[in-house]
Design a protein. Structure first.
Length: 238
């Protein structure tokens, strides 16, 4: 009993000891958010086409760096206990999918049209890494991938499942089978580690977007220039 009482008495001190860390995290996030706001967004977005896709038979949302969280939480009721399920196709064009994602996109759109006729079908969304490189880097993802987000009211945990898609063999039937299985068969549950899109450590510290910009910037450096710098540095260290 004395041992239990000692632990209970020490809890306020332990919580207080964590406060400085939380304060530092908040300050770091604030500074990084301000810094990121000054960086140019290399993404492109066609609001007219996006509105047509969302209002049309596909009922598909187009995700951007600015709107993806609001999009996910928009249909979630504050008192919901059953998650809203979002299916996201991560795709691309020549830069990020070498021009080979057309078949996957066609299959996903065909599935979205079928889901549009169902009452309790998942919400559908599309993320193009050619158009939104920063968001794809922030998620640490590439094309083509299927993501499934089970979204509950914030700050409840969000389970995220992921499946790498075959560029040449994926069909609408593959997506339908995942839906019919009811257990996300063939998808891997993403751990709440460093790079979870919503609960990752880099997200908690506000580092996801700055790191995404850094990765994007490195991608702009020509290979020959990068090798030249590496060669120069290695010679300087010898």
């Amino acid at each position: 009993m004395r041992f239990s009482s000692t632990i209970l008495a020490a809890l306020p001190a332990l919580v207080a000891a964590q406060d400085p860390v939380d304060q530092i995290r908040t300050q770091v996030r604030s500074l990084l958010d301000q810094a990121s706001s000054y960086l140019p967004n290399p993404g492109t977005y066609d609001p007219v086409a996006a509105a047509q896709d969302k209002a049309g038979p596909l009922k598909m949302s187009t995700l951007t760096l600015e709107n993806w969280k609001d999009t996910f939480y928009e249909p979630v009721s504050p008192d919901a206990t059953k998650p809203e399920e979002w299916w996201v196709l991560v795709s691309g064009r020549n830069k990020t999918c070498f021009g080979r994602c057309d078949k996957v996109e066609e299959a996903f759109k065909e599935t979205a049209a079928k889901f549009g006729l169902l009452k309790d079908a998942p919400h559908m969304a599309y993320l193009n890494c050619d158009d939104q490189p920063i968001l794809c880097n922030a998620w640490s993802t590439a094309a083509p991938n299927l993501y499934i987000f089970d979204v509950l009211p914030s700050p409840a945990p969000v389970d995220v499942y992921k499946k790498r898609l075959n560029m040449t063999t994926t069909t609408s039937e593959d997506f339908i089978n995942i839906y019919k299985s009811g257990n996300k068969e063939g998808l891997s549950l993403q751990e709440h580690g460093w790079f979870h899109p919503i609960h990752g450590k880099v997200v908690e510290w506000g580092l996801a977007v700055p790191v995404a910009y850094l990765v994007w910037a490195f991608g702009l450096v020509p290979n020959w220039l990068f090798m030249l710098v590496v060669s120069f540095v290695s010679r300087s260290m010898m």
